[in-house]
Design a protein around this ligand. Structure first.
Ligand code: ACO
Length: 385
């Protein structure tokens, strides 16, 4: 039997027409179109592109946007489920619970036909922002704000979160964030969703798998960690010392490094520019400068130590953008998911359309002996239900 490839590095697991990455040149395309060329479109058009396989014409876009707007309200039962959540949790945990509850109410839960899945897809894309904004407000003792059908996907999310309309610049940047976060080839959460779909489990279950996988700090959870890191650094001038201390303690710097890109992630420069625009518009450069100083310090330290620089990934400057948009850190990964839901759905539908169960092999190796008399549960830890 062959040797296992730890982390499945560079393994081609399947074929896809949804997106492609050139990790050497730093190029990302959605359905053959450079992501940079999609940024001036509404998120709805990019969602349609990913899920339906082509850009919508004017009428198709109007119909899809109208459908999403109609599906935005979460419904009182879902809001009541959110009201029963533990409010110390991350929004990702509440999102997982709400989507699971939503699935109970769908009469076509187990119908994996394309028609049923397109209907579920619109429901999921439309309701993710409503659920996340509602959870955020309920958790701080406020009432959820109903969606506003006059606003774009991005503007409406910020409106439901804050209870007031965002500026034009904020709304535009929120849309761009959703577009840049929407899809990224066989990232861990999309692969995990596809594995669930490949067993012919339903779309909701596959999406919940994606949510659970995106949450981890080595994947989308890094965005929240970046926001916390920026807060830990009192002034931009302290950034280099912060990086050196982390490295001395063998800790990873969140928002840096990537499995596929050997150069700059093409989304990073765009997010950096958006962070700068927001910083200037608010007359507060501190978080942006802290980010830039961390980036420069890591580049310097890695180039000197290993002759191999590491670059910021998509989570770094997006985390700083979220700070300028007043998005609470515990919402960060869930806001990432608002964009990524379209990519997950596209992957699941591609999997259903030409399915074979995903079932690789493992090489058996004899385990080491566990220590003797190890208690099954630590007596100090209590699970409170
Ligand atoms: N900080 C410090 N060192 C790092 C970092 C980092 N952020 N990333 C990689 N390295 C170092 C590793 O310590 C390792 O060094 P070594 O060879 O001396 O042991 C080397 O670079 C290779 O790193 P791996 O962790 O083996 O790379 P892998 O491809 O397995 O992981 C990952 C990629 C998970 C993104 C990694 O770079 C990381 O943990 N980054 C921080 C978390 C993060 O930002 N995740 C978001 C990724 S983007 C996304 O998922 C949306």
């Amino acid at each position: 039997m062959e040797e296992a490839k730890k982390g499945l590095e560079n393994i081609i697991a399947l074929e896809t027409s949804i997106s492609s990455i050139d990790g050497v040149k730093g190029v990302l395309k959605y359905r053959g179109i450079l992501v940079n060329d999609l940024l001036d479109m509404p998120y709805d058009a990019v969602s349609y592109l990913l899920i339906r396989g082509k850009l919508p014409d004017k009428n198709e876009l109007a119909a899809y946007s109208a459908l999403l707007k109609e599906r935005r309200p979460a419904g009182e039962n879902v809001l009541n489920v959110l009201r029963t959540c533990n409010f110390n949790i991350e929004a990702m945990d509440a999102l997982r619970t709400a989507i699971s509850y939503m699935s109970h109410c769908d009469p076509d839960l187990s119908d994996n036909s394309e028609e049923a899945n397109l209907r579920k897809a619109a429901n999921l894309v439309a309701k993710f922002p409503t659920i996340i904004a509602a959870f955020s407000r309920i958790a701080i003792g406020k009432e959820p704000v109903p969606p506003n059908p006059a606003l774009s996907h991005g503007a409406n999310f910020l409106y439901m979160l804050r209870g007031s309309k965002p500026t034009e610049l904020e709304a535009e940047i929120m849309e761009k964030d959703f577009i840049l976060s929407a899809e990224h080839e066989l990232n861990a959460s999309s692969f995990a969703s596809r594995i669930t779909a490949s067993t012919l489990s339903d779309l909701y279950s596959a999406i919940i798998t994606g949510i659970c996988t995106l949450k981890g700090p080595l994947h989308g959870g890094a965005r929240m960690a970046v926001m916390d890191m920026i807060d830990e650094i009192a002034v931009p001038e302290d950034s280099e010392a912060y990086v050196l201390e982390k490295m001395a303690n063998n800790e990873k710097i969140m928002g840096f490094g990537h499995r596929v890109y050997l150069t700059q992630d093409p989304r990073t420069g765009i997010f950096k520019k958006l962070a700068k625009e927001l910083a200037e518009s608010r007359g507060n450069m501190k978080w942006y400068e802290t980010g830039e100083n961390i980036e420069n310090a890591i580049f310097k330290v890695f180039t000197e130590k290993t002759h191999k620089p590491i670059y910021p990934n998509v989570d770094f400057y997006s985390g700083i953008v979220y700070k300028y948009l007043d998005i609470p850190p515990r919402l960060a990964t869930a806001v990432f998911a608002i964009g990524r839901i379209s990519g997950w759905i596209a992957h699941c539908m591609e999997q259903y359309s030409d399915n074979r169960v995903i079932r690789p092999r493992a090489k058996y190796v004899k385990a080491g002996q566990p220590p003797e008399n190890e208690p099954l549960l630590s007596p100090k830890k209590k699970i409170v239900v």
